[in-house]
Design a protein. Structure first.
Length: 426
């Protein structure tokens, strides 16, 4: 490994910290989870399960993909999904589509905003405001959303080609001969479907970073993500392994150990079995499970009393604020790490420097080293011929008046003429 490669590796792991990215991560997670709660009620999923987690896990299962079987990063990804969104719910196809659209919209708006903040921090060490980042992602939301659309169209096209090959092989008499001819194409088409599916799954977050960094839209983002994944697979998986590993450690400490320390230390000071302890534990457990506060008495039938209910509310509120801060940091770290990976692989594959990023209006200010161009002076308008003809005599008269009068030559005197004639005769 060269010095340049080692510097790129270290730079990838060192994800820039920006508090605005953490705030965007927490806000995006809150909006996403709020939509998930609504979908849970609309779909009437089983208690303790989540529609968003069901969409992710069930969608992968339909593609014969198990997160835990993905090499290097599979277990970290599966644990991250279950910790952030809960246990997967069972959904039908309509529910899958609705939940998928909600997932992609929130990923485009908030994930794109986080990627923009981190990209500007990496390229120019400049901060981007929350409102500016969201405005950027909202302006380019079509580019973000068209990425899965293009990938889906490509998969459906090659799937239809294989289906058509299967139908033609059923033709009487000619079918076996067509099968022999078309089967190699079927194998090739299936391989292309596999490459598109794996590339779209593993490179989805990277396409968000590409759109937030470049200016060429969805197809360019797909091309870059696929190029970096398949030309540098070892670096790609190693970088993502480090990102998901650190994100899992942060989740373990912030969302697992910290609430346990708070609950254990506080519960030791209360009388065991009282409603005060029950209310406190109820609020903390609801927050840890990312659910609304439950005012039922876990130790017995009926609801909590007034003060235990207030304790449940405040314990839920403070715990959920801590957890949302942790989850916001994790979301920002994953998207920021993806953006840092994108910059590193772009430098390794394309040779593009880290400071190159698209900024609106920057191209208009660049002169590309050329001297400034002076605009030509405006030509005088030609006067009409009639006005010109009227002005010419007036100009000649003024010229004649201004010129001094020429003196007429003096006539010779008669006597002088006579003398001259006499001289000629002599």
């Amino acid at each position: 490994m060269t010095d340049a490669d080692s510097r790129g590796l270290l730079r990838t792991i060192k994800v820039p910290f920006d508090i605005k990215a953490v705030f965007l991560g927490a806000l995006g997670y809150l909006v996403f989870i709020a939509g998930g709660w609504i979908l849970n009620e609309v779909f009437q999923v089983a208690q303790g399960t989540n529609a968003v987690s069901g969409f992710i896990c069930q969608g992968l299962k339909e593609c014969s993909i198990n997160l835990r079987q993905i090499p290097v990063i599979g277990r970290e990804m599966d644990g991250l999904v279950r910790t952030l969104y809960g246990n997967p719910a069972s959904l039908n196809w309509i529910q899958m589509i609705i939940t998928g659209v909600w997932f992609l919209v929130t990923l485009a708006v908030f994930g794109g905003a986080i990627a923009r903040v981190i990209a500007m921090r990496i390229a120019r060490d400049e901060g981007v405001g929350v409102r500016e980042a969201i405005a950027f992602s909202a302006k380019n939301i079509l580019s973000y959303l068209l990425v899965p659309v293009f990938l889906g169209i490509a998969i459906v096209f090659f799937w239809a080609c294989n289906l058509l090959a299967g139908l033609t092989s059923s033709i009487p008499y000619a079918g076996p001969f067509l099968f022999i001819i078309l089967y190699p194409l079927v194998i090739l088409s299936g391989l292309i479907i596999l490459l598109i599916g794996v590339g779209g799954l593993l490179g989805l977050f990277m396409t968000v970073s590409a759109v937030s960094t470049e200016k060429n839209g969805s197809l360019d983002a797909i091309s870059r993500a696929f190029s970096y994944l398949y030309s540098r697979p070892v670096q790609f998986f190693f970088y993502y392994f480090l990102v998901f590993l650190l994100a899992s450690i942060i989740l373990l400490i912030g969302a697992g150990i910290l609430p346990g320390i708070i609950t254990g230390s506080f519960a030791k000071g209360t009388v065991s079995g009282t409603q005060i302890e029950a209310g406190f534990l109820s609020g903390v457990n609801s927050a840890v499970n990312v659910q609304l506060p439950d005012f039922r008495n876990p130790a017995g039938p009926g609801k909590l009393g007034f003060f235990p209910g207030v304790g449940a509310l405040f314990s839920w509120l403070f715990t959920i604020l801590i957890l949302f801060g942790v989850y916001g940091f994790v979301v920002a770290y994953v998207m920021g790490g993806t953006t840092a990976i994108y910059f590193a692989l772009r430098h390794e594959v394309d040779g593009t420097e880290y400071d190159e990023i698209y900024v609106e209006g920057a191209e208009e200010d660049e002169d590309f080293g050329l001297p400034p161009v002076t605009p030509p002076e405006p030509e005088e308008k030609a006067e009409p011929e009639e006005e010109k003809a009227e002005e010419e005599p007036a100009a000649e008269e003024e010229k004649a008046e201004a010129a001094p009068e020429e003196e007429a030559p003096a006539e010779p005197e008669p006597e002088a003429e006579a003398d001259a004639e006499a001289e000629e005769e002599v």
